[in-house]
Ligand binder design. Structure first.
Ligand SMILES: NC(=O)c1ccc[n+]([C@@H]2O[C@H](COP(=O)([O-])OP(=O)(O)OC[C@H]3O[C@@H](n4cnc5c(N)ncnc54)[C@H](O)[C@@H]3O)[C@@H](O)[C@H]2O)c1
Length: 277
């Protein structure tokens, strides 16, 4: 029996760690050929190695999704290596929190750039490519459905104090999803979105000393969540726990498989039932 995504070409941003890594491994395990992206070369190369070791196909395209020319290079990598483009997952991102009165323009634009402008540029660069493939498919009488899955957050749907920048970016991607679902229907491409609740990754680990940082886009960004807040969040989740990166990847996968070919413009929450923070 063929795997669900046999031969498909998937490009996934931020797939060196966390949820993106799990998405890359999941789609590869179902037969997709993967372009792995991350800001950091070492984790991206490691994920490519994991996929190849399991018998899959993958190549890395490292660099920041916010860099000029990145979108074109990302799409070109898929075409050069695999001569196709079937699935785009806009996953790369991080948080840079502060209450509004202390938030700088730099903090604001960093979140808008990574969560909104980068997906916009990637999808803009992909449009002529997908249009070309869709035309060839139509002329050959083939029905091939391509897939875009964007990543939002419960903060984008319901708001979260200290995250006006992040919440705005994550709400923006929902609007982008709905609009492109309407523009790209004629390209036989579905465009959907998954909004995560609390998923246990580097971004959301319990901060042991309160001072953990990660070097992201040339800045040291505070990461982690304080233990009391985390305990409250976990108690509030109807399923009673945070999700794993593999569970998060499962929700993305639902929008990549043929069973969702007639679902477009939707945002689903993958949050263990949590509907607000
Ligand atoms: N973990 C959660 O609870 C949670 C909740 C809601 C939404 N999200 C979203 O899920 C996505 C993945 O987050 P995660 O929890 O897996 O975090 P993570 O830090 O574990 O992984 C994110 C990866 O993206 C990469 N990245 C960050 N900025 C990048 C850039 N400019 N260019 C290329 N790569 C970049 C990082 O290097 C990292 O490897 C993000 O968009 C995040 O906002 C996560």
């Amino acid at each position: 029996m063929l795997s669900k995504l046999e031969g498909k070409v998937a490009i996934i941003t931020g797939s060196g760690r966390g949820i993106g890594r799990s998405i890359a491994l999941k789609l590869a395990s179902e037969g997709a050929r993967i372009v792995v992206n991350d800001l950091d070369e070492e984790p991206a190369t490691a994920v490519v190695g994991e996929i190849r070791a399991a018998g899959g196909e993958a190549v890395a395209c490292t660099g920041s999704v916010t860099a000029a020319g990145f979108a074109e290079r990302f799409v070109a990598t898929a075409l050069e290596h695999y001569e196709g483009l079937d699935i785009i997952v806009n996953n790369a991102g991080y948080t840079w929190d502060n209450v509004i009165q202390k938030m700088t323009d730099e903090q604001w634009y960093a979140m808008i750039d990574v969560h909104m402008t980068a997906p916009f540029r990637i999808l803009r660069a992909a449009q002529p490519v997908i249009r070309g493939f869709a035309r060839v498919d139509a002329e050959a009488g083939r029905r091939v459905v391509r897939k875009v899955v964007n990543v939002s957050s419960i903060a984008g749907l319901y708001g979260n104090p200290g995250q006006v920048n992040y919440a705005a970016g994550k709400a923006g991607i929902v609007g982008m999803t709905k609009t492109l679902a309407k523009e790209w229907g004629r390209l036989a491409t579905t465009v959907n979105c998954v909004a995560f609740g609390y998923i246990k990754t580097r971004l959301s680990v319990v901060a042991t000393d309160g001072n953990a940082t990660a070097r992201i886009e040339g800045r040291d960004i505070k990461i982690g969540v304080n233990p009391e807040l985390m305990a409250t969040v976990e108690r509030t989740v109807p399923l009673g726990r945070g999700g794993s990166p593999d569970e998060a990847a499962g929700a993305i996968y639902l929008f990549c498989i043929p069973e969702s070919d007639y679902v477009s413009g939707q945002t689903i929450m993958c949050s263990g039932g949590l509907t607000g923070i």
